[in-house]
Design a protein around this ligand. Structure first.
Ligand code: 5GP
Length: 346
C-alpha cells in the first residue's frame, strides 16, 4: 500500500484569479476552437462542449438543438441503425458535423458502430465509452476501431491518470475522456472507493495528452457554468456535460407527475434504471454504480446553452482571454474554502 500525499483538487476547491484585461466586452470573446486531430488528421472547428452520451441527454433532438450553438452531442448507443438512418435523412449536414457516435466494446457494438458510420461520411466522431478505461479489453477494442476507421476521430475513456492517457493515445485515441466518479448521478466513489478529484485529473491528463499531440475531454462533475470554465482553465480541450443538460425538452426522458407538477427522470448509465431499460436488470455479480433522480422540467435547452456559453465568455473576459484557447494559459487557480454566498440557497 502507498499513499500519495499531495492534495488533489475538485472544481469546488478553487476559483479563477481575475487578471488585467484589455477586453471591452464579452462579445469579443471567441469560444470556437480549431483542432486537427492526431490520428484522424481531420480538421474540426466548433465550441468544444459535448452533451454526454447518456440516454436522456445524448439524444437526436439534443444534437439538433446544440448544433445550432456549434456544440457537440455524443449520441447514446441505444438508438437502432434504423433510427440513425431516419435521423440522418432528416437533418442538415451541419447537425451531423456536431455528432459523435457512441459505442461500447462488445463485438455487437463494433458491428453496429460500423453500420452507423457507413450511413454518412459526415459522421466523423466515434466515442468509445466504458466505465473503466484501464481494462486490456478496452485497449484492444480501441486498436481494432483505429485500424478499421483510420479517418475517424476517436474519443475514448474513461481514465484519470497520465500514464493511461498516454497508452490510449498511443493505441489510437485522438481525444481521451477523463473522469472517474465525479458525475452528478454516479455512485462509483461510494460503491467502490475509487476515483480522482476532477480538476487535478484534468490538469494531469491534459499535460500527458498534449505532450503526445492528443486532446482530452473533461467528463463529469460540472454543476454550474463556472465549473466548465474551470475545466477549460485546467487544460481540458473539450468539456462533457450530463446533469447540466438533463430534464430539458430535448431529453426524451420519462415524465412523472407529482402533486400536479411534472418531473423528468435522469439516471446514471450504470444505474438500476438504465440496466433495467437496456439489459433487463442488474446482473447478479455487479452493483449499480449510478442513481436515479427526479428533476423539475427546465424547458428548451436553448436557455441553458446560452447561460453556459455566456458564463464561459465572461470567465474569459475576467482573465483577459480573447479566445477560449487562451483560457488555460491565463488561468491561475486559487485554493478556496468557500465557493459562493449561500444565504438564500437554504
Ligand atoms: P455530469 O455532467 O452529470 O456530472 O457527468 C456526466 C458523466 O457521468 C457521463 O458523461 C459519464 O461519464 C458519467 N456517468 C453517467 N452515468 C454514470 C453511472 O451510472 N455511473 C458512473 N460511475 N458514471 C456515470
Amino acid at each position: 500500500m502507498r499513499i500519495e500525499e499531495d492534495i488533489k483538487l475538485g472544481f469546488k476547491d478553487v476559483l479563477i484569479r481575475p487578471k488585467r484585461s484589455t477586453l471591452k466586452s464579452r462579445s469579443q470573446v471567441e469560444l470556437t476552437r480549431q483542432f486537427t486531430f492526431k490520428h484522424s488528421a481531420v480538421a474540426w472547428s466548433g465550441i468544444p462542449i459535448i452533451a454526454a452520451n447518456m440516454d436522456t441527454v445524448g439524444t437526436f433532438s439534443m444534437a439538433e438543438a446544440l448544433a445550432s450553438f456549434d456544440v457537440l452531442t455524443a449520441v447514446h448507443k441505444h438508438y437502432s441503425v434504423e433510427q440513425w438512418q431516419q435521423f440522418i435523412s432528416r437533418v442538415p449536414d451541419s447537425v451531423l458535423k456536431h455528432v459523435m457516435v457512441s459505442t461500447g466494446t462488445s463485438d455487437a457494438d463494433f458491428i453496429k458502430m460500423q453500420q452507423i458510420l457507413a450511413l454518412s461520411p459526415l459522421l466523423n466522431f466515434i466515442c468509445i465509452d466504458v466505465a473503466n478505461g484501464y481494462s486490456e479489453h478496452f485497449v484492444e477494442f480501441l486498436h481494432r476501431a483505429r485500424e478499421a476507421c483510420p479517418g475517424k476521430t476517436i474519443c475514448a475513456g474513461n481514465v484519470v491518470t497520465g500514464e493511461m492517457v498516454e497508452e490510449l493515445i498511443l493505441s489510437g485515441a485522438d481525444i481521451v475522456k477523463v473522469g472517474i466518479g465525479p458525475g452528478s448521478v454516479c455512485t462509483t466513489r461510494v460503491k467502490t472507493g475509487v476515483g480522482y478529484p476532477q480538476l487535478s485529473a484534468v490538469i494531469e491528463c491534459a499535460d500527458a495528452a498534449h505532450g503526445l499531440g492528443g486532446q482530452i475531454v473533461s467528463d463529469g462533475g460540472c454543476s454550474v457554468p463556472g465549473d466548465v470554465a474551470k475545466a477549460f482553465g485546467g487544460g481540458a480541450d473539450f468539456v462533457m456535460l450530463g446533469g447540466m443538460l438533463a430534464a430539458h425538452e430535448e431529453c426524451e426522458g420519462t415524465l412523472v407527475e407529482e402533486d400536479g407538477e411534472q418531473f423528468m427522470l435522469f439516471y446514471g448509465m450504470s444505474s438500476e434504471s438504465a440496466m433495467k431499460r437496456h439489459v433487463g436488470g442488474v446482473a447478479g455479480y455487479r452493483a449499480a454504480e449510478g442513481k436515479t433522480v427526479k428533476l423539475p422540467l427546465r424547458g428548451p435547452v436553448e436557455h441553458t446553452a446560452r447561460d453556459i456559453l455566456g458564463g464561459l465568455r465572461s470567465a474569459c473576459t475576467y482573465v483577459g482571454a480573447e479566445r477560449l484557447k487562451e483560457l488555460t494559459k491565463r488561468t491561475t487557480f486559487i485554493r478556496v474554502a468557500e465557493q459562493e454566498n449561500r444565504v438564500f440557497n437554504r
